[in-house]
Each structure stands twice: as C-alpha cells, then as structure tokens.
Design a protein around this ligand. Structure first.
Ligand code: 6PG
Length: 267
C-alpha cells in the first residue's frame, strides 16, 4: 500500500459535535448521490464509535436522504467486534439502530461481518469477509479483490487507532490479506475482524472523524511530521482522491498553529 501520491489530508474544523455529525452526514449524502448519478450505485464503508454512529443517524434523519436510492447503496464495515450477530456492542448493530429502519436498504447489499454465532473463529469471519469483498469486486468487473468504495468513514481512537488497527503493532502494516482477525486487541473485546490499512486506503475518500477534547492529543500525534503508521495508525489513512480530518474545535488545541493563529491546513 502506498499513499505517497495521494492528496494530503485536509483539516476541516467544526464548532461542535452536532455540527460535525450533521456536516459529515451532508457530505456522505452528496457523495452517495453523485456516485449513483455516475454509476447507478454507491458504496460506503462505515465505522463504529460514537461519532460514526451519530453520523449514520444524521444521514437517516436528513431531508436529503430522500435523494438517494437506498436499495442501490452498498454498505461495508472497516471493522467489527467478534461477538454474536445481535450483540449491541457490534458496530453493525449500532449502525442498524442508528438508521432505525428508515432507510430502504437492500439487505443483499449490506455486509455486516459474520458474528460469533455464525462462524467458529474470527479467522473464519475474516476469510468470509474477504470472500464477500472479492465477490462484490468481481460483480463490478474489478480484479483486485476489492469493490470500489466511494467513501470510508473512520473514527480516531484516543490512542490513534482506526478500525481495529492499534498503535505499536505490526499488523498495521499487513498487506497479505485484505481483511484479517485481531486476537488480542488492547481495547475490549479482544477478538475482532478488521480491514487492512491497504483496504481502507483503497477508498476514493477517507474521512477521519475526531470529536472532543479527549482526542486532542491523538489528533496532534497523527499530524506530527514523520510519525509512522505503526506509531499512529490514524496518520496513515489516505483516500485515493481525498482525505478529510473532520474535527471538532475542542480537539484542536494540540495542533500546530499557523502564525496567524488559525489551525494549519484549515479547510
Ligand atoms: C471499537 C470502536 C472504536 C471506536 C474508536 C473511536 O470497536 O472499539 O468502534 O474503534 O471507533 O475508539 O470511538 P469514539 O468515536 O466513540 O470515540
């Protein structure tokens, strides 16, 4: 995976959580609408986390949701906790609660990671997800085993993790599998399934959500020049066309300032 030729991340500050959630939802809807205009379908990769889930709720509640043909939206998750399928701690369950039956999705296009009640192990669930991705890619006429992702949402953890890629671990660099299991996550639950960094970065757009003062240090770390993907996985997320760091202002104090006092690289 190489992000070298890709546009640098653009920092987009928001007044507060509400504005971040609403503005991100509006951006998601715009991408989905444009993608459907171009190809007849659209694909989004969702994330867990409180802000990721809130954005889904805002998408579902937005008046502009009516502009989307939800039966032609493909939904994937960048990671999942390996728990029974209906467990409320699962990212997929939290997302479904957030969209609350209001989106008329085609369930054949919604791809939760298999739960611990369906698969014997997280390795099996990861293999199953790779196969689902490869089948979707094939149906789109793509050869690399991954479908086109119009946008991938990520939520930055306080330790700079994204999906289930945690700092200080070599699996951040794994390129052998598009999706793999994590057996000893430092954040509970220990067993998870995650897209690789390369898979996440195959998305056209990667948007990193960073909300609240407790994320200020993590945001400063991912922005530190020279920081490596292993030191701060969130620093290495890069979309093909665009990378946005969608942040709340209270996450900004640790960010280097331009001489005029505004956050560097402001949108
Ligand atoms: C998990 C969570 C986690 C979360 C981040 C950010 O699987 O443990 O989904 O990865 O996305 O920690 O969470 P918040 O947005 O709630 O801070």
């Amino acid at each position: 995976m190489s992000g070298a030729a890709r546009p640098e991340p653009r920092l987009v500050p928001h007044e507060d959580d509400d504005r971040l959630a609403r503005d991100t939802a509006a951006r998601v809807l715009e991408v989905l609408e444009n993608a459907q205009g171009e190809r007849g379908e659209a694909t989004v990769v969702l994330t867990g986390g409180s802000m990721g889930t809130r954005v889904i709720g805002e998408v579902a509640r937005s008046a502009d949701a009516a502009l989307i043909d939800w039966s032609r939206v493909n939904v994937w998750w960048s990671d999942e906790r390996f728990l029974p399928g209906a467990d409320p701690e699962r990212n997929g369950v939290q997302a479904a609660d957030a969209w609350d039956d209001s989106l008329e999705l085609d369930w054949d296009r919604v791809h939760p990671v298999a739960g611990a009640d369906e698969m014997d192990s997280a390795q099996d669930a990861a293999r199953d997800y790779r196969e689902e991705l490869a089948a979707a890619a094939e149906s789109e006429g793509l050869s690399a085993g991954l479908p086109r992702f119009d946008v991938a949402l990520l939520s930055l953890g306080p330790d700079t993790h994204i999906a289930s890629l945690f700092p200080g671990r070599q699996d951040v660099l794994r390129e052998d599998e598009s999706v793999f299991s994590v057996e000893d996550s430092p954040k509970p639950p220990p067993t998870r399934v995650t897209m690789s960094l390369g898979t996440i970065n195959s998305a056209e757009r990667v948007w990193l959500l960073v909300s609240g003062a407790p994320k200020a240090e993590a945001l400063a770390t991912v922005r530190r020049p020279g920081v490596t993907p292993v030191q701060a996985p969130g620093s290495a997320a890069r979309g093909r066309q665009e990378t946005l760091w969608l942040v709340t202002e209270d996450a900004l104090p640790g960010v280097p300032q331009d001489p005029d006092g505004s956050p560097a690289n402001d949108a």
